[in-house]
Design a protein around this ligand. Structure first.
Ligand code: C2R
Length: 191
């Protein structure tokens, strides 16, 4: 089933480097055939475009905006300030793959994603943005579906099935763990 010819969800991110994480939101929405429009918008680097994007989002009738940004992540909050469309923020753990140091830890932001999480959640009273966990763009996709399911009953059914699938998958693993015993199970899983 197609829910709309027009995009229902806008996915935006502060930089092309965020696409590595943000693609998980698109994957979920694609799986459930929810149309989305994806763009790069930065409150810091393209402040004028930010306002334009908010106007555009209202004009084309987006129902939810998923906004991902790392570090000083002002994008979700600033978008929320410009529109009444609900915004789901995705805090991103900044990863700089061009960093000259070889070790992986040197390439991550100094504050491990907490910088972004707090920038998104600590909005002033009267101007809320909800947030998922650091790098959990897939959860933002599922949450957007939950909001849309209030309007599309078919989506509600699919979300219930999704929960059932999760339950079954955990049960399968638990049965395996019980049969093999914890030591053998863990050795195999993390070899
Ligand atoms: P680069 O990889 O381009 O240097 O960006 C981006 O979301 C990205 O995670 C590093 C990080 O800067 C973030 N950024 C923001 C905003 N614009 C870009 N937090 C914003 O407007 O909030």
């Amino acid at each position: 089933m197609k829910y709309s010819e027009k995009p229902l969800v806008g996915i935006i991110m502060g930089s092309s480097s965020d696409s590595r994480i943000m693609q998980a939101a698109a994957e979920i929405l694609d799986e459930y055939k929810i149309k989305h429009e994806d763009q790069i918008v930065s409150a810091h680097r393209t402040p004028a475009r930010l306002e334009e994007y908010a106007k555009h989002a209202e004009k084309i009738g987006l129902k939810i905006i998923i906004a991902g940004a790392g570090g000083a992540a002002h994008l979700p909050g600033m978008i929320a300030s410009h529109t009444t469309i609900p915004v789901i923020g995705v805090p991103i753990l900044v990863y700089n793959d061009k960093h000259p140091k070889k070790t992986d830890t040197a390439k991550f932001s100094a504050f491990g994603g907490l910088d972004s999480l707090l920038s998104i959640t600590e909005m002033p009273s009267g101007s809320p943005v909800v947030a998922v966990g650091v790098n959990k763009a897939g959860n933002a996709g599922i949450y957007a579906m939950k909001i849309l399911a209030n309007e599309f009953t078919d989506l509600k059914k699919k979300l219930k099935q999704h929960k059932l699938d999760q339950h079954n998958s955990v049960m399968k693993e638990s049965d395996k763990l019980k049969t093999e015993g914890l030591s053998k199970f863990a050795k195999k899983k993390f070899k």
